[in-house]
Design a protein around this ligand. Sequence first.
Ligand SMILES: [Zn+2]
Ligand SMILES: [Zn+2]
Length: 382
Amino acid sequence: MTLHCPHAEQGWGRQVCAHLLGGLDHSWTTEQFGHYRRFTGHSLDYVLTCPECQQHPLAELSWVCGECFVDIAHGSRLGSLGKPAVAEAESGLKLETIDSLPAESRLLQVVPFEKGWAALTDANELILLDTGRRRAFPLARWELPLYEELTLVARERYVAIASTFGTRGVVVDTISGQVTMTLDRSESPACRFPLGFTCDGRLVHGGQISDPSDGRVIQTLNNPDDYYQSSLAPSPDRPWLAMNGWVWHPLGEVRVLHLDNPQSSRVLCQRDGLCDAPLIWLGPDKLGVWGLGELDVMLLPGLRIFDLEARQELPPILGPEGPFAFDQHLFCHTTEQGFSVWNVESGQRIFHDPSFHPLAYHPSEKFFLAQTPQGLTLNRLL
Ligand SMILES: [Zn+2]
Ligand SMILES: [Zn+2]
């Protein structure tokens, strides 16, 4: 193999279309490095092509060294062509629509709640959907800034809502309808509002754990001073707290701590330039972290798996894209790729329906809630 960059001594390389080589003399701007990632059909392998070559997949490819490949990948990513080739297996699983609910206002966000769902509607309301009684109960109405992305988390009987990239939020008691806490944080560009409920129903907000009924601070987390917290993922059934965040420069850092020991905060993995990515609990002590690789522009779809008890990283699953849910199997949904189910042990995709777009999964009722033009549907995987 001949390298077409000036670093033949590197001895190995990756492929790019010949037109992108023009950028290696540094006379191009980042915009001129605009490229597509074209998957080759071999596992997660891909090449980079220029916009013209998007139409002509047989254009000549050149080998460049790993460093020059990263240089070109730092240009603007215009999209992906083709898909990663993921491991698949037959499972016989089927999706069935088992019930439907009358059309509500369009739901923007839904989270499972005690006997149904808590949802934010585009009519500026927080509602509780009781699937057993097939009714929706309006809970509270604010002037929510709906042009902003909101973060919604719930644990019986409280719901917390915050402006995802803003500075404010509230906690609501769903029985009384009263606001029990107001939340704020300092401006924190690129960080999602750090918010969640622990397995025993306490509220984590930034570095503090509070009683959601009155806002009393119960515990303070001991993260390093230079750690900027982003989205939180408390385990639903164990006292673990996983966190996205970053340290300067920005180096994304997923940390985990055991809530029985606030001094136990430790780094699980670092990714250059990636401050926040989907996290998913895969059982009591196993955490899945989206993204394979260590540099933002080189990340590949997939889930890294960490066994927190054993302090060990397990083999990753190649291919899945978040956001995720988990119940024996890994559930994934993206607007582009639809819904898929993965066997966490074998790493194989065992079900895929590109036309199904669930809003949320309810782990105790085993339903997926989806929104169609006719209304809401409850769906089960059988
Ligand atoms: Zn080209
Ligand atoms: Zn090179």
